[in-house]
Ligand binder design. Structure first.
Ligand SMILES: [Zn+2]
Length: 67
């Protein structure tokens, strides 16, 4: 799985977000405001979505996050 992790300032409620582009490449954005520990947790969380193939499922973000 191809992915790229970027550290950006996100709205404070968001730890991280993953966006799949048209080529199936995953761009993982991690909130730069978090401390190192929580950034690592956020990366793990986003990679879990990628590994599970959540982005190929036809479910809403709310459904994915509640799994
Ligand atoms: Zn998530």
């Amino acid at each position: 799985m191809d992915y790229c992790i970027r550290y950006v300032d996100l709205p404070c409620r968001l730890n991280g977000v993953t966006v799949m582009d048209g080529d199936g490449f995953f761009n993982i954005y991690i909130n730069a405001r978090l401390d190192y520990y929580h950034q690592q947790k956020a990366i793990q969380h986003e990679l879990t979505h990628v590994a599970r193939g959540d982005f190929f499922k036809n479910s809403s973000l709310e459904e994915i996050e509640s799994m």
